[in-house]
Design a binder for this molecule. Structure first.
Ligand SMILES: CC(C)(COP(=O)(O)OP(=O)(O)OC[C@H]1O[C@@H](n2cnc3c(N)ncnc32)[C@H](O)[C@@H]1OP(=O)(O)O)[C@@H](O)C(=O)NCCC(=O)NCCS
Length: 203
């Protein structure tokens, strides 16, 4: 692969405050689990189990975020104030060896990674269907990217289904670029698109 094409070289303003009047982003806590799990189920054909989500909360720590809506904006059908979440992990790649990475969340492809650098891996992001297209997914992604960059990541990677145009468009807006298609990556054998964001300047 021609690594010179990897990732984007744009500057996005990753300022500290990622809040609107109605939406706040914070680190998830165990009491958020039920709402997160419901949003997961509304959002994916093969949702992560509650046990897996709990495991992620323990391991991802401050890279597991929730979006909280001002309670006045909550609809009658959705009583929780949690309207979305995002999760990432960070790896320091000593050798290019997928076996050293949490086996549950291996990268679809390690092409283009340099040994010795810190890599952020966005492993889940979802917004309750009733609250989409209001900028909440963008806020969650932006704060996750800011935290990963602050921890020293020089590259942020993720996989997305080739059919998931909505998510692809969001990632493109942030400067993620497609570097590879991995055939049959998902449980239904759907292909994954590997997207990469290359960090220009550390925070
Ligand atoms: C992907 C997802 C998190 C986006 O959340 P969101 O809060 O709706 O996203 P935003 O409102 O911040 O939208 C950001 C941009 O994404 C793109 N986008 C989002 N939804 C879109 C859609 N349905 N169709 C086309 N583009 C879309 C747009 O470019 C949008 O910017 P715009 O509103 O200025 O045009 C949400 O659709 C979701 O939860 N999907 C199901 C779970 C999922 O697929 N997660 C990604 C796994 S890789």
């Amino acid at each position: 692969m021609d690594t010179s094409k990897e990732g984007a070289h744009i500057s996005i303003p990753l300022e500290e405050v990622h809040q609107s009047e109605m939406i706040k982003i914070r680190t998830a806590t165990p009491t958020d689990l039920n709402s997160i799990q419901l949003i997961e189920q509304y959002s994916f054909p093969s949702p992560y189990s509650t046990d897996l989500t709990r495991y992620l909360m323990e391991t991802a720590s401050d890279l597991f975020l929730v979006a909280i809506s001002d309670e006045t904006s909550i609809s009658k059908e959705w009583e929780s104030d949690i309207v979305g979440f995002s999760i990432a992990q960070m790896y320091e790649i000593e050798e290019l060896d997928n076996r050293k990475i949490d086996w549950l969340f291996k990268f679809a492809s390690m092409n283009g990674m340099e040994p010795g650098v810190k890599i952020g891996h966005v492993i889940d992001i979802a917004v309750h269907p009733q609250f989409r297209r209001q900028g909440i997914g963008s806020m969650l992604l932006k704060e996750l990217m800011r935290r990963l960059i602050k921890k020293g990541c020089t590259q942020i990677r993720l996989e997305v289904r080739v059919s998931n145009i909505a998510a692809q468009k969001m990632y493109e807006k942030f400067g993620f670029q497609s570097v590879e298609i991995v055939p049959g990556f998902y449980e239904n054998k759907e292909n994954a698109m590997v997207l990469v964001f290359t960090v220009e300047e550390p925070l």
